[in-house]
Unconditional design. Structure first.
Length: 60
C-alpha cells in the first residue's frame, strides 16, 4: 500500500467580520494557507499577529 507524501492544503481567507475560525478535524488537511483582512484573526482559539493583507502558512 502506497502512501502519498502530498501536502493537503486548506486556503482560508478571513474577511470582514470572520475573525475566528476552527479547522475541521475531518478535513484531511495537513497545512493551512491563511490570509486575512482582519486584525488580528483567531484560529483554534489562538490569536495570530497578522496585519491586514498578510498571510501565514500553518502546518498542522
Amino acid at each position: 500500500r502506497q502512501h502519498s507524501a502530498q501536502t493537503r492544503w486548506v486556503v482560508l481567507n478571513l474577511t470582514g467580520e470572520a475573525k475566528s475560525w476552527t479547522l475541521p478535524e475531518a478535513s484531511g488537511a495537513t497545512a493551512v494557507l491563511l490570509t486575512t483582512e482582519s486584525t488580528p484573526p483567531t484560529i483554534n482559539g489562538n490569536a495570530l499577529p497578522l496585519r491586514p493583507n498578510e498571510g501565514v502558512i500553518l502546518a498542522i
